[in-house]
Design a protein around this ligand. Sequence first.
Ligand code: NAD
Ligand code: 6OD
Length: 502
Amino acid sequence: MSVQDRAIPASPAANSTLVPELRNFVDGEFVAGDHFFDDVNPADGTVIARVSEAGANVVDAAVAAARRALRGEWGKAGVWQRAALLYKIAEGIEARFNDFVQAESADTGKPVALASRLDVPRAAANFRVFADLIKTAGLEAFETETPDGKQALNYAVRKPIGVVGIITPWNLPLLLLTWKVAPALACGNTVVVKPSEETPASATLLAEVMRDAGVPSGVFNLVHGFGEGSTGEYLVSHPDVNAITFTGESRTGAAIMKACAPGVKPVSFELGGKNAAIIFADCERDETIQQMSDAVFLNTGQVCLCAERVYVERSIFDWFVSAMKHKAESLQIGWPQDRSTNMGPLISRTHREKVLSYFRKARQEGATIVTGGGVPEFGDERDNGFYVQPTILTGLPESACCVTEEIFGPVCHIAPFDSEDEALAMANDTEYGLAASIWTSDLKRAHRVARQMNVGITWVNCWFLRDLRTPFGGVGLSGIGREGGVHSLNFYSELNNICIRL
Ligand code: NAD
Ligand code: 6OD
């Protein structure tokens, strides 16, 4: 059993002498860099692993290995061979299902129940869906009339872009990483991935799965480390990386875009959100409350798609606020390992400081704190963790910073509206444009309102219901481009059009 194979200890604290080392994975080997940093369990603040930070030399080696692999057997592998490998990777993830659940939960503090239901199954699904898709993707073809009355045939072939740099955040670490790795490999690229410094464990397990599935050396490389002035910056500015796909904060996206500009590297960005939900009086009430509770509090509100702005038709406003208050107060906040826990801590002390600062600003701006607004007390090691209370605000003007800025915690502001037009105007009054949800029994209204939302995805009477073949992405500060289905295949490949005069 390698160091990498050792399970990350669950809470309470790991004995420091048993703390595992998480290493980079370059050219089929686990390698250490010069420095190590701590991987902290947000449920109790204990150090659960030491992580090897990849310096510029390790990033160089990873990119060089990825380049060599493109010229080797992987570069010659056909679509069916690549798809077969993707299925094996999916099986490898499922074979180590519990290891992944434990790793993801220990790194993020998310309840094991959530990781078992969402993160790990989606990781396997990402590989299966893109294996299916690449096998069935057709070629674009046109018959063309020539000026002299004859014919030509145009058809486009897909080629890999080359070495793809993949940078991902900490909120859904494995889900979001595999959402990009799977289509990149399906299209025949090689990858260098950098997971968030907060959540290195599941990506390290994925490297083991890649190795055990027989992925050729250099096709999947993993580098650990930070962003600016560290591994992330080395990767995005590396001249031999052909494209960057990134999920994270909008301002990080802006910095990455600058770094990519000199090489005119294609970028795909899935960024922040300040998502609205519009609740009409004719909504199906029980179902709406049930799902809105997830839309606000799932993963401790740390999902880019979470609704932080909720607009409710005035006639049901009081009912809605009180039903959401009840939901918030019924959440089981606790140890992630406890199967009955449905809300864990925030990712880090720093992030908790940010969320608490918004609670303070809300008070200063005159909000009513309907529930929450503070830190829960447990009387045990969890008091060293990074928990906050699920929080509901009302009474703020639309210009308040809690209504305009992404908080990324278990918190929403609820405001009343009197007309469809007013709701739409408030919902669209944002620089972001990732997701929205509409809750109504009136189908005509659902279609009408959904079309007018300035976002990448609008859910009607549901939230975070995903079909991986559909376009996913955002407008404005929420991103550039779309991934999902053929949109992923288009980003991760170059189309070469061939025109033959017949
Ligand atoms: P972040 O932008 O701070 O970090 C994301 C990744 O970028 C990390 O791996 C980090 O190390 C790296 N990074 C940071 N600076 C860098 C730089 N200068 N160069 C290269 N890499 C750099 O984001 P986060 O705090 O990890 O995640 C939370 C944010 O992600 C929220 O804003 C959330 O909305 C967003 N998000 C968006 C989506 C989406 O699909 N649109 C999904 C999940 C999260
Ligand atoms: O479901 C997905 O594919 C996806 N990219 C979800 C993003 C969630 C944001 O936190």
